[in-house]
Design a protein around this ligand. Structure first.
Ligand SMILES: [Zn+2]
Length: 361
């Protein structure tokens, strides 16, 4: 460890301590009787993260996290979208990775990232949208390039992400798809922390048909419903999160095989036989989440959003103390990186669904 990095870590520790001591608002108490409440209502109402150590609990689609930080609404190489949703929160590793990704993307010739949903301040199920994004380790990035101008908050609510898929078909719209988007995905897949990137099957097919040279990164790019106008970056469980349940790595190979061919059959697109059945997210009670999630709801908040916002303009106290570049690169290969075994857990099996779009957007 370099002396400089050690110093940076000490500064980071001091800042975290200051953050913990300087606790402002305390969240309304959530008692064990809340255990039967719908998790989405409680987690959907949180405004600020739990001001404790960064830890993810549970699985991507059933969990929560503490110690979250926000990506700044504006950075030199990104703009965050849909600010009203308050979903700019993630595990610090995720936020630093997005910032690095945005800088690398610009070096690759992409104009900058439009950042979609990450997580709610304390994760958990959402009132609308995503099934996953619950433990601070998932983020959506638009295929739409960042415009030159800084968009107003209202523009960020209304601008639509443009689909890369032609009509209601399953193939890429050649007028919109570009090699620069392929490079963007390749860059995202290059980070050891990234375990999966979800894209529409038509986009995966396009990559299978066109990527030459090194194709090993295609293993991380997996087909999924939705994800035609944005892609979804998923990182592995981070060190210090023993309660985080990882996902098995994708099968070996580039994934341009039977598993992809299935998406071009009729089965995945069959109308849902029971369209009125509630989604897991809509019925999940607090008691169904890891026990720690009740404590995460009850944990104190930081004194303001600014002290837990990293990067961007007006770097905050916390951001100044957290080494943004080295932190991502200095993380040693630990148990949960993309190339080592992750704990056993259920792999979400694709289910036939009524239409493109829906839960994971
Ligand atoms: Zn997503």
């Amino acid at each position: 460890m370099s002396g400089q990095f050690r110093k940076a870590l000490i500064r980071k520790g001091a800042a975290l301590l200051a953050l913990t001591i300087g606790i402002g608002a305390i969240c309304p108490m959530t008692t064990p009787s809340h255990a039967e409440e719908l998790a989405k209502n409680l987690f959907g109402a949180t405004k600020l993260p739990a001001a404790t150590e960064p830890r993810s609990y549970g699985f991507y689609s059933k969990g929560c996290f503490s110690g979250g930080v926000a990506i700044a609404a504006d950075g030199p190489t990104w703009q965050a979208m849909r600010l009203s949703r308050n979903r700019r929160w993630g595990h610090p590793t995720m936020i630093r990775l997005l910032e690095k990704f945005s800088r690398d993307a610009v070096k690759d010739g992409w104009p900058g990232l439009l950042i979609g949903d990450i997580s709610q301040p304390r994760g958990g199920p959402m009132l609308t949208g995503h099934a996953s994004h619950q433990i601070g380790l998932d983020a959506d990035v638009w295929f739409t390039p960042m415009p030159k101008e800084r968009m107003s908050a209202s523009r960020r609510e209304t601008l639509s992400a443009v689909s890369m898929i032609k009509g209601s078909g399953l193939t890429v719209d050649e007028r919109r798809w570009s090699e620069s988007r392929m490079r963007l995905l390749k860059r995202a897949a290059s980070y050891p922390e990234v375990e999966r990137i979800l894209v529409h099957p038509g986009i995966k097919k396009k990559l299978c048909d066109t990527v030459t040279g090194d194709r090993s990164w295609l293993r991380k790019v997996r087909p999924f419903w939705g994800h035609d106008a944005h892609f979804h970056v998923r990182i592995g469980c981070q060190p210090g999160s023993s309660g985080c349940k990882g996902q098995s790595l994708p099968p070996a190979g580039d994934g341009c095989d039977q598993s992809l061919a299935w998406w071009f059959t009729e089965e995945p697109w069959r109308p849902n036989k029971n369209p009125d059945a509630p989604k897991a997210r809509d019925v999940m009670k607090i008691s169904a989440l890891p026990k720690a999630c009740l404590a995460v709801l009850n944990a104190p908040s930081p004194e303001s959003e600014a002290v837990v916002t990293l990067g961007g303009r007006g770097d905050t106290q916390t951001a100044a103390a957290v080494p943004s570049e080295p932190a991502v690169e200095a993380v040693p290969p630990l148990a949960a990186n993309a190339y080592s075994a992750t704990p056993q857990s259920a792999i979400p099996v694709p289910r036939p669904r009524a239409k493109v779009g829906g839960a994971d957007r």
